[in-house]
Design a protein around this ligand. Sequence first.
Ligand code: HEC
Length: 124
Amino acid sequence: MLLRTTLAGRAVGPGNEICGLKGELSMKQRIITATVVAALGMFASAACAADGGEALFKAKCASCHPNGGNIINKSKTLKGIKDVKKITSKIRAGGGGMTAFDAKNVSDADAKLVADYIIKTFKK
Ligand code: HEC
């Protein structure tokens, strides 16, 4: 799980090493990359194809917030939130049953990506 999360973080980060190098690789590197991507399975290809916010959400938030809901506290869903800061600050603070994520776990840029994804995806 730790490995998967770490890889997920890398696959979608701005300095993306798996997806970002496409096109500049030698044939041999391409084969290796393809193998790594295949080994990561659908998750990695989804991370490459989808916007980073979606992949991060799936990796770090969806376990408790499937479809923008909340399996622990049903009154605190992610639906209809309009304020990026409400989300980014909750990511750092956690509490009330939610994990707090520090900058090593979810960078400021990633927190913003996830917040944008939540706002545009879970409108109601
Ligand atoms: C371990 C389960 C868990 C995980 C993982 C989790 N959350 Fe939460 N989240 C909760 C719970 C429980 C609450 C209600 C907290 C409270 O009462 O203050 C909550 C509340 C929130 C709220 C406030 C909702 C509101 O209506 O006030 C936001 C925003 C939020 N989570 C975003 C996220 C994001 C973004 C992630 C991923 C980076 C995430 N959560 C990961 C359990 C989780």
